[in-house]
Design a protein around this ligand. Sequence first.
Ligand code: NAP
Ligand code: GCO
Length: 265
Amino acid sequence: MDMNAFRLDGKVALVTGASAGIGFEIAAALAEAGAKVAFNNTNPKKMEAAIAAYKARGIDAKGYLCNVTDEEQVQALVAQIEKDLGVIDILVNNAGIIKRIPMLEMKAEEFRQVIDVDLNAPFLMAKAVIPGMIKKGHGKIINICSMMSELGRETVSAYAAAKGGLKMLTRNICAEYGEYNIQCNGIGPGYIATPQTAPLRERQSDGSRHPFDQFIVAKTPAARWGEPEDLAGPAVFLASDASNFVNGHILYVDGGILAYIGKQP
Ligand code: NAP
Ligand code: GCO
């Protein structure tokens, strides 16, 4: 096998929300595999810090302020990247939010906000990049799903609905555009140590570990939280020619948690 199939030289990649966390590590890995990398976010200060952090890794990532829920901004983002770097070959829909609120206490507006970022925005982003991919004769779309694409849990109704929908959007893009040599797959991270899950890992006032932290470690065969770096290899694989016959698949990168009933207390 030609191992260059895992390289991304000459490719243009856009990772949404890659100012920190999972998106940052995925964007860095795509760059280290040879891609020219663009990323977007909404917060100028985090953008600046991210560009410096990419530079410290020897990566010349191009940052764009863009709210992925705004269709006009999304269209303008894709057009600007095409001018600056070229037509987008790889899109990673990573930008996402979560609101942990019991359903009966959650306002309709709060539910809509989560659906807007986590489900509507990946639709808008995919719609914006697919025409260029069709013209180019190939494309890779990677949607960052979640274990909540498969499982529910208290207080995350909007997030689980969005990520379940994102799993099916992934399969539908595969169905509709596979004939144009576009592969659309998902990555389903398990519990990963990022700002988004920081509240679930906070030390208690007596210095003990958060009960949820203990719960997740007991439920995970790897007996640890994932790190954003754990997602780098799977992302490079799904962004590369090595996965050209993988389509509509959700690759769970979860330390085995979805396969395991959990350690007996
Ligand atoms: P994070 O650290 O909170 O990063 C989320 C990123 O999304 C931030 O950089 C944020 O950038 C950006 N963002 C949020 N709303 C945006 C918008 N409207 N437009 C543009 N950018 C926006 O979260 P993370 O843990 O790395 O999560 C990244 C993805 O992985 C999310 O889709 C999340 O649902 C998913 N995921 C996370 C885990 C986990 O355990 N951490 C597990 C499974 C799936 P700014 O704030 O700078 O705008
Ligand atoms: C939560 C967590 C999870 C993770 C991830 C798991 O509150 O349960 O935030 O939702 O973010 O999605 O795969």
